[in-house]
Design a protein around this ligand. Structure first.
Ligand code: PLP
Length: 409
């Protein structure tokens, strides 16, 4: 008899997007004439930058000839990409090439990083949040069961809401692993340099590790928001950063990301000795992962060429203009909204604290717009609703006009 990992049975069903799709389909079936617009899209919609396409075409051609063919590459990534990452994203911060691990994206990295930590380590996770951090902690057995209040036993939930300006309070009980996502999905909000420094100071004082998901860093516009946690002095002693080319350059289907794990970040072994985490992750990465495809890494490298940079800037500019249109439209309609300045997400407060699933139904029924109920991202998401700026410009304008002109609260 093969016994299963019972922790999987503790997981709540992946209900959110299945349920929004079900309600949308039911509405369309009942109202086939309705022009339903989705502002719930969590995926990019613009094509890859031309510079990436050209680089990938060239790499495909290299595969056709024995003298330029590539088989397995270095598991940690080709130096042509790693060097560009350091030069462009970590210049002057002292990050070395063996501290970068290229991967197939941030979701799997954020999900698997916990394997190098003991399951005895309590985690702190912001709420609301992308489900990957919590679910992988549940799978690993680092939590108890799901409680009636929607929270797992043994996890410290760091509430992020309008009351604390989406800056979580430091935990009262010490925690070992701290997941921070900045800019945040779903709230679209960020931590300033000063706010992030408090977390770094906390981690140094309590010997904890910050797992810093910076998948949306390319959307940051404000000066006082750090582009990387390693801008904060001493973060190199307590933080691991996750990056993705998905939202940066449209690689959601192409798949490429990376981890930055400085050799100065350490944890404690059972015998009390200090151990660097970098060699542990290197061991894990080289055992369980055989490298991101050469063709894809050439595509990612092209983002750092002058043409690539311009094309990426235009792409992000397009989404962020959508974000501005949504944000200002909501404000004109009297709706309180957050985010959309350093992130492609707008997080609105439902009118009169309406439950977020009721607001989903109202938006769909009254103005034929689909978004995402905040409750689906965690207990603190209740009373909020996520709209995204990844849609087409005309549809975004039309959706905002409908909210402004036809939505009655
Ligand atoms: N982290 C967060 C919070 C995300 O929302 C996403 C994508 O939606 C990612 C990471 C990026 O994931 P990936 O690189 O696997 O596409």
């Amino acid at each position: 008899m093969a016994n299963i990992n019972d922790n999987y049975l503790k997981l709540a069903g992946s209900y959110l997007f299945r349920e929004t799709a079900r309600r949308r389909a039911a509405f369309i079936e009942a109202h086939p004439e309705a022009d339903v617009i989705s502002l719930g899209i969590g995926d990019v919609t613009l094509p890859l930058p031309q510079a990436c396409i050209q680089a990938m075409h060239k790499a495909v051609d290299e595969m056709a000839s024995a003298d330029t063919f590539r088989g397995y590459g270095p598991e940690q990534g080709y130096s042509f990409l790693v060097d560009k990452i350091i030069e462009n994203n970590y210049k002057g911060l002292g990050i070395e090439s063996d501290e970068v691990f290229v991967s197939e994206g941030a979701t799997s990295d954020c999900g698997t990083i916990q394997e190098i930590f003991s399951t005895e380590n309590p985690s702190a996770i912001t709420d609301p949040v992308d489900p990957v951090y919590l679910d992988t902690n549940v799978m690993a057995g680092r939590t108890g069961t799901l409680q009636p209040d929607g929270r797992y036993q043994g996890v410290t939930y760091l509430a992020c809401n309008a009351e604390n300006n989406f800056c979580p309070e430091l935990p009262e009980k010490p925690v070992d692993l701290i997941y921070l996502c900045c800019p945040n999905n779903p709230t679209g909000t960020t931590l300033t340099r000063e706010q992030l420094k408090k977390w770094v100071d906390y981690a140094l004082e309590h010997d904890s590790i910050i797992l810093f998901d910076a998948a949306y860093n390319a959307y940051i516009t404000e000066e006082d928001v750090p582009r990387t946690i390693f801008e904060i002095p001493e973060a190199k002693n307590c933080a691991i950063e996750f990056r993705s080319f998905s939202k940066t350059a449209g690689f959601t289907g192409t798949r490429c990301g990376y981890i930055v794990l400085p050799k100065t970040v350490t944890g404690k072994a059972a015998d009390g000795s200090r151990q660097a985490l970098n060699p542990l992750w290197n061991r894990r990465h080289t055992t369980k992962f055989n490298g991101t495809a050469y063709i894809i890494q050439r595509g990612a490298e092209a983002i750092f060429t002058p043409e690539g940079k311009t094309q990426v800037k235009d792409m992000i500019g397009y989404y962020m203009e959508n974000a501005r249109i949504i944000r200002e439209g909501l404000s004109a309609a009297g709706v309180t909204a957050f985010g959309g300045i350093n992130a492609p997400y707008i997080w609105l407060k439902t009118p009169d604290s309406m439950p977020s699933w009721d607001f989903f139904d109202k938006l769909l029924n009254d103005v034929h717009i689909v978004g995402t109920p905040g409750a689906g991202f965690g207990p603190c998401g209740e009373g909020y609703f996520r709209l995204t700026s990844f849609g087409n410009r005309e549809k975004t304008i039309e959706a905002v006009d409908r909210i402004k002109n036809s939505l009655k609260f």
